[in-house]
Design a protein around this ligand. Structure first.
Ligand code: SF4
Length: 290
């Protein structure tokens, strides 16, 4: 399917079906877009929205966040998971304050140079916050392209170069249309062409979708590794320790940490990992946020 076939359908469908999300409101600041993209990297929209609002009220600019210790960012990250993102966001806020006069840069290379900002986030900020024309490719976009354009049930494992080139070929030339096309492809993958149960009867691409026309052939390519179960994993133990550190305003003692998880080997491994990652700091009297 060519860009000329795809884009009008996506743009019309998006205009009628887009969810009202905070980062789509007119005038939403570039800093808010950057924060939301960090939060959305591994966390569902519904959990991000309340946390994002609190975060932007407390730290409305990068300089506001840069002025507090990184541990405050980790504390405010609360239950969003993968808390290293909070440390990276704090580091990015410091870099924006020091290198860019407190203004989130709009240039992709300058964005890529910030801590924790990868290909997706850099282009999402440049495109959604500043209206530049860049292909923005997240996991939802990759799935829609794989199915509708290439006739595969699932995308091949991510590859920045080929993923961006695929989307670039489909992206309209017009700046405003490119912006809405990026958002529309992501939205279609998020709410219609979902990984497990695509709703083809509600899809604007139903009559041209290559995968549908081929009779939904099974995916035979490489799959990404299945994520391990959370319950009982090291991530689970790290989460328990982090919850304790976030709740405390004085160092948490080793004896208190011992009560959190019975398996000493796993507990020690999780705690050592948190210290190595900079999420916990060891002091004479115990452990605390950085
Ligand atoms: S027709 Fe079905 S499989 Fe094809 S893009 Fe739409 S929802 Fe996805």
């Amino acid at each position: 399917m060519s860009s000329a076939q795809l884009s009008p359908r996506i743009l019309d469908w998006f205009a009628a079906n887009r969810r009202d999300l905070p980062w789509r409101e007119p005038g939403f600041p570039a800093w808010g877009t950057l924060v939301s993209e960090f939060m959305l990297q591994q966390t569902p929209v519904a959990r991000v929205i309340p946390r994002l609002a609190e975060w932007l009220e407390r730290w409305p600019t990068p300089a506001d966040l840069a002025s507090v210790p990184p541990g405050e960012a980790v504390r405010a990250w609360a239950n969003l998971g993968y808390p290293r993102r909070a440390l990276w966001l704090h580091a990015a806020a410091v870099e924006i304050t020091e290198r860019h006069g407190g203004v989130v840069p709009h240039d992709v290379d300058a964005l890529l140079a910030l801590t924790g900002v990868g290909d997706y986030t850099a282009r999402a900020v440049a495109a959604f916050a500043y209206g530049h024309r860049h292909p923005v490719v997240d996991t939802n976009t990759r799935r829609v392209i794989a199915r509708a354009v290439e006739g595969n049930a699932e995308p091949a494992p991510p590859s920045n170069v080929s993923d961006l080139a695929r989307m670039e070929r489909l992206l309209p030339d017009d700046l405003d249309e490119a912006h809405r096309f990026n958002a529309g492809m992501m939205e279609l993958g998020a709410i219609v062409c979902t990984a497990r149960s695509p709703r083809c009867d509600a899809c604007p691409l139903a009559d041209t979708c290559a995968w549908r026309q081929a009779g939904y052939p099974e995916y035979l390519g490489k799959r990404k590794a299945v994520q391990k179960k959370y319950e009982g994993s090291d991530r689970h133990v790290r989460g328990l320790i982090m919850a304790e550190l976030r709740a405390a305003h004085v160092p948490v003692t080793s004896a208190e940490i011992e009560t959190l998880w019975a398996d000493a080997t796993q507990r020690d491994r999780a705690l050592a990992g948190l210290v190595t990652d900079g999420l916990a700091v060891h002091r004479e009297t115990g452990y605390l946020l950085p």
